[in-house]
Design a protein around this ligand. Structure first.
Ligand SMILES: Nc1ncnc2c1ncn2[C@@H]1O[C@H](COP(=O)(O)OP(=O)(O)OP(=O)(O)O)[C@@H](O)[C@H]1O
Ligand SMILES: [Mg+2]
Length: 271
């Protein structure tokens, strides 16, 4: 098959979307200012390449969640441009945009009066999937995130915090969106379950080739999962690069992180 000469380079195909070398998400000089005039994000420039896991790392209050919310327009940037698949997010139909982007939110945000199964099937039901397809997708996802099938009819208050968090991840994956925003999705899990899920997630992502913006304040998690790590501090991008580059960085703040986590020997796939 010959490639179009002047179109973007075709790398591979995913669902109905053609994968090209355009970034999946691009922050161009993005800023976010509160109504009281306080700047939360300053002149952010980050490009998230297709199929990568870009980790946003930073201490509490550094602006990680705010940056994610700008991507699916839960918040509107005050300055700059956010491009999704090469198109300004403001030009996207909001419904299309949200279907394109799965979001596992920090505080999970399950509907308390919906069962687990109904929570997971939220987007499939909006998209009017037949019941059988939706039910089998729910079962598949429960298994994927390490939950038993019999949890489906329960309500969120009948689950542990870690179980709720996994339901949140399953919901984000339900309609197979090409882009995922994940805000500390494994934060409430015990270390063993967390480690299992991190590995599961990594192999899943490799298999499905999703583009992921993954928020954490845990450097070990960032090194394990990230193809690149973007470090935020007070709403500014301090550094962006591969885990190896992060560990070898001369930047003082990056070095502080590496020391604080005792992470000098740890990197995805070894060094
Ligand atoms: N609606 C809001 N009104 C006022 N301040 C806000 C609002 N949302 C966020 N902030 C402030 O913006 C800053 C960045 O918040 P954000 O939630 O993006 O941080 P974060 O990096 O996700 O932190 P954490 O790791 O604790 O989740 C913080 O100082 C926070 O207090
Ligand atoms: Mg946050």
């Amino acid at each position: 098959m010959s490639q179009p000469r002047d179109g973007p380079r075709l790398l591979f195909e995913h669902s109905s979307t053609f994968m090209t070398d355009i970034s999946a998400v691009e922050f161009r000089n993005v800023s976010y200012r509160l109504l009281d005039g306080r700047d939360i994000l300053h002149d952010l420039n980050i490009d998230v390449r297709r199929g990568e896991i870009l980790v946003l790392l930073g201490r509490s209050g550094s602006g990680k969640t705010t940056a994610l919310k700008l991507v699916n327009r839960l918040l509107e940037a005050s300055g700059g441009n956010l491009l999704i698949e090469g198109r300004d997010s403001r030009e996207w139909d909001i419904i299309q945009l949200r279907r394109h982007i799965g979001y596992a939110i920090q505080d999970v945000g399950l509907f308390p009066h919906y069962t687990v199964a109904r929570n997971i099937a939220l987007v499939p039901s909006i998209e009017k999937w037949p019941a059988a397809r939706s039910d089998s997708r729910v079962q598949e996802l429960l298994q994927l995130v390490g939950l038993k099938e019999d949890i489906g009819p329960r309500y969120p208050h009948q689950l542990s915090g870690g179980q709720r968090q996994r339901v949140g991840v399953a919901r984000a994956l339900a309609a197979d969106p090409p882009i995922l925003l994940m805000d500390e999705p494994f934060g409430a899990l015990d270390p063993l379950t967390r480690s299992d899920l991190q590995r599961e997630f990594l192999s899943l992502q490799k298999q499905l080739g999703k583009t992921v913006l993954f928020v954490t304040h845990d450097l070990h998690e960032a090194l394990l999962l990230g193809s690149r790590i973007a470090l935020l501090e007070d709403g500014r991008l301090v550094s962006i690069g591969s885990p190896k580059e992060f560990l070898q960085s001369q930047n003082a703040l990056v070095q502080k992180y590496v020391q604080a986590f005792g992470a000098a020997d740890q990197v995805r796939g070894g060094m």
